[in-house]
Design a protein around this ligand. Sequence first.
Ligand code: HAM
Length: 419
Amino acid sequence: MLTTAPRGTRDILPEEAAQWQYVESNIRQCCLLYGYGEIRPPLFEHTELFLRSVGETTDIVEKEMYTFRDRGGRNITLRPEATASTVRAYLEHNLYAGPQPVKMYYLGPMFRYDRPQAGRYRQFSQFGIEAIGTQDPTMDAEVISVALDFYCRLGLTGLEVQLNSIGCPKCRQDYRQALLNYLSQHRGQLCRTCLSRLDRNPLRVLDCKEEGCQAITADAPRMLTYLCSECDEHFKAVQECLQSIEAHYVINPALVRGLDYYTKTVFEIVWPGLGAQAAICGGGRYDGLIEECGGPSTPAVGFAMGLDRVLLAIQKAGAAVPAAKTPLAYVVALSAADNQEAFRILTRLRRADIISDKDYRQTSLRAQLKAADRSRARYAVLVGGIERTQGMVAVRNMTTGEQHEIPLDQLITFLQEGR
Ligand code: HAM
């Protein structure tokens, strides 16, 4: 137990972390381009926030939250997602009083007590954006476009955008009744969870992963045919915007999403190569959530994507990730007596921004050169011998084997010019 990470968590070691950093730098670049500023909300919130926003009848709230009482008796939950926190921050800091929309992005770990498998973890990372304060359909299209541009930067192709509208509370009322009537005729075939949710929130049944329930919901009435004229027009406008920027999508009338706060536009982006965990991004509008949390009526739209899945996808697709940086110089001590001087020179190189390293085992010249080779350094800087007494070092090109004697005070310039 002491030597294994808890189930559903994992370590990201330096080699893989380099890929994460590459993905993260693309996220920051993309968000800069589109005008989203970073928000860093806390990793835990009052449980109540998620009950109110994500919804009491969702899988997240019913089965997946890491909830505990802290030493002060507060009910606390490790964040399963960050839309709720972003909305809470928007209200707490009166961001509604400034220019709208407020566009923010976040990046970091989320926690869900999910059944772990490849691409599904109990601690996973999300990149999400939220645009709060407008119902303009171009904003829905922008949000989808941020995700698509990001995948394009990573060289990830073969994605499918699935789009739907789940209307507003007004038009959903009629739909809810129609759905309830339909599902009530099939009570006998629904799973226990769906039965318990049926009367409180029949829409949740549409999101059930049980085969039996899916067979029933396949023929259930669809929300799209119940949209009121305002929601219908909005949905059409979103589609026109997407078409105008050549963002391809398919309409999936069965898409409802697993969180309760959505209104109007909902979407998921799927990379089929990931099988059961193909959903790499999900989002939509949540025009009622800010008011639900006690703020002024404010429309909003956003998405979150699972970065663990994005990483898996680029690894599976063989999309190019720049190689991790290797040292320019590897400093080698010719004898034990030169170790300290090697360290002093190494430190000077680092202070001059030269990626460099040395062997710390106080070992033979041969072993140090082998280590230099393994580090894939471009040059070995040999410290010691007669050169040292003359204030010189020998610099060996590790690819050609070519060697130069360089005065110590010219070493940095020599390496910088060769870089
Ligand atoms: P979500 O669909 O629950 O939406 O999660 C978004 C994405 O997070 C999923 O599409 C998936 O890629 C990833 N994800 C979810 N659970 C796991 C897991 N256990 N392991 C690995 N990846 C996972 C939300 O979280 C909403 N807050 C999205 C949103 C933002 N809607 C509006 N704004």
